[in-house]
Design a protein around this ligand. Structure first.
Ligand code: 13P
Length: 247
């Protein structure tokens, strides 16, 4: 499968950054064997889709309803209409700051999939849970709860250990691969043989310096990149590392 590298700009960016980023991006060599996705804040989806060629558009969240009196919410159908291909769902910041549960994540993932979008379902343990050796149980439970009745054909899973997000402390390749291997087994138990083809991407302080060694791991199919995705060159270097060695 092609690599998959997704930029999560979180609540960063501006029209000026989009203009600068796209100008720099155009000056960099085109990449093959990797799908590159840019998820800006929702108000900038239109500007990003106009500014870039060769990048896929993604959103950072969607509502858990189809439509109605839900002030401030954005439906997955609207995101699909705007040209989004991917939606990040259940990011740890949404789970911790907005109290999103596994059940809500599963509803959103189902709605996104029904619109033909790729739901990027995020899971990951907190530092205390890893220190207590509970990471396998925590991530397995989160994963199965977040995938209830979610079809697997467009699904992407992102493993983002919370202690590695925005901290500069990335998981070691061994830690990341062990968890990706566990997620792969859980996906195969849940979806049967189709579970083997679901991309599992890693997030948490991915930088150009550590991307190559992470992508060298068997079950790491790409990355969900926060801070380093705000710089065109750094993000390109990460995407380029994901394309290296792909069939
Ligand atoms: P950083 O790459 O800044 O650690 O963020 C990771 C992340 O949360 C991507 O969704």
């Amino acid at each position: 499968m092609a690599g998959l590298v997704i930029a999560n700009w979180k609540m960063h960016g501006s029209l000026a950054l989009i203009a600068e980023f796209s100008q720099q991006w155009r000056g960099l060599p085109q990449l093959s064997k990797v799908d590159v996705v840019l998820c800006p804040p929702a108000p900038y989806l239109g500007a990003v889709s106009e500014a870039f060629e060769g990048l896929l558009l993604g959103a950072q969240n969607c509502a858990e309803q189809v439509e109605g009196a839900f002030t401030g919410e954005v439906a997955s159908q609207m995101l699909a209409e705007l040209g989004c291909h991917y939606i990040i769902i259940g990011h740890s910041e949404r789970r911790s700051l907005h109290g999103e549960t596994d059940a809500q994540v599963a509803i959103k993932a189902r709605l996104a999939a029904a619109e033909g979008l790729h739901p990027v379902v995020c899971v990951g343990e907190a530092l205390e849970q890893r220190e207590a050796g509970e990471q396998d149980e925590v991530v397995s439970e989160q994963l199965l709860g977040s995938l209830a009745h979610v079809p697997c054909d467009r699904l992407v899973v992102a493993y983002e250990p919370i202690w590695a997000i925005g901290t500069g402390h990335t998981a070691t390749p061994g830690q990341a691969e062990a968890m990706h291997g566990l997620i792969r087994r859980r996906l195969q138990e849940h979806y049967g043989a189709a579970g083997a083809g679901i991309p599992i991407i890693y997030g948490g302080s991915v930088k150009p310096e550590n991307a190559g060694v992470l992508f060298g791991c068997d079950n790491i199919d790409g990355a969900l990149v926060g801070g380093a995705s705000l710089d065109a060159k750094s993000f390109w270097q990460i995407a380029s590392a994901a394309s290296a060695g792909r069939a």
